[in-house]
Write a protein that binds this ligand. Sequence first.
Ligand SMILES: C[S@@+](CC[C@H](N)C(=O)[O-])C[C@H]1O[C@@H](n2cnc3c(N)ncnc32)[C@H](O)[C@@H]1O
Ligand code: SF4
Length: 333
Amino acid sequence: MKQADDQQSTLIDPFGRRIEYVRLSVTDQCDLRCFYCMPDDYRDFEEPEHWLSFPEIERVIRAFTELGTRRVRLTGGEPLLRRNLPDLARRLASLPGLEDLSLSTNATRLAKQAGALHDSGITRINVSLDSLQSDRFKNITKGKLDKTLDGLMAARRAGFHPIKINMVVMKGINDDEVEDMVDFCIEHDFTLRFIETMPVGDTGRNASQHYIDLEEIRSRLARRFELLPGMMPGGGPARYVQVAGTQLRIGFITPISRHFCETCNRVRLAVDGTLYMCLGQEHSLSLRPLLRQGISDEDLRLTLREAIALKPERHEFRDKPEQVVRFMSKTGG
Ligand SMILES: C[S@@+](CC[C@H](N)C(=O)[O-])C[C@H]1O[C@@H](n2cnc3c(N)ncnc32)[C@H](O)[C@@H]1O
Ligand code: SF4
């Protein structure tokens, strides 16, 4: 009986993976234009009437938690552009069963909102930071480095811990800065994660000309730092090392050189209510019409089960890099 109950309250995909993590994109808009993510002139955003409302989002996430989801990450686009984000965070943080509510942000607006977001129940944040050089940061993102750094420091003061820095490492763009980023993270007690470029959307495919296998970066760092095998609670797909004699952990996210699909535990909900089963595939199911036609709670849970049955075994970034047409800003990485 116990086993039957467990099966009722968990989501298992066709490959036996337990799905317990939702990445929730609360907007597809962004105040930056990282060249590997979104085109400069892109304006084709979702109409506001297509955005899931906070009560709609809460309903979907509640259904997920009833099916065993323990973790939710707020992402985007830039999630801090969504008005009243702390209100949504508060609603989600109080859902029974949700143990971990986190946020991915470019931090440009964090200086103003860090306190309210921390108070709302978000405990962990990831901040994108690809360069510590103002000109270079501007070339990559079209934004101002100072704003992101101010946001980071505000997050620290607000009490977020750990704070993870996400750096997409690109040959000829910023690969000469990884040592500087290590020093910066040691100095400020941040966790550092390096990410390989992914061919998501035309922007991601163009950026893939700067792809670098992170094993190269690890070997290079090992010449300057002693790297010990490391662990990180809630570390997800990153493989971690610890820099000896410091608190710094460095994660390597290697979707291209060593994919981690066999342990995938997540799905992605876009702001228009489309549920994507894989970052590297287009398998999806649209929840918005069902929500707006008054689907019952029981049928909503059933629909989520049906959606999970569509989850593909793995991405095909290497074999079929042309496959994903949407931009990363739609599903939040
Ligand atoms: C799409 S952003 C959304 C959240 C927020 N705006 C931010 O930048 O953290 C999430 C993550 O995806 C990463 N990303 C975007 N496009 C990518 C690509 N083509 N390859 C690898 N990572 C990418 C970003 O660097 C960021 O760390
Ligand atoms: S990576 Fe994040 S900050 Fe950069 S354009 Fe995409 S959504 Fe915006």
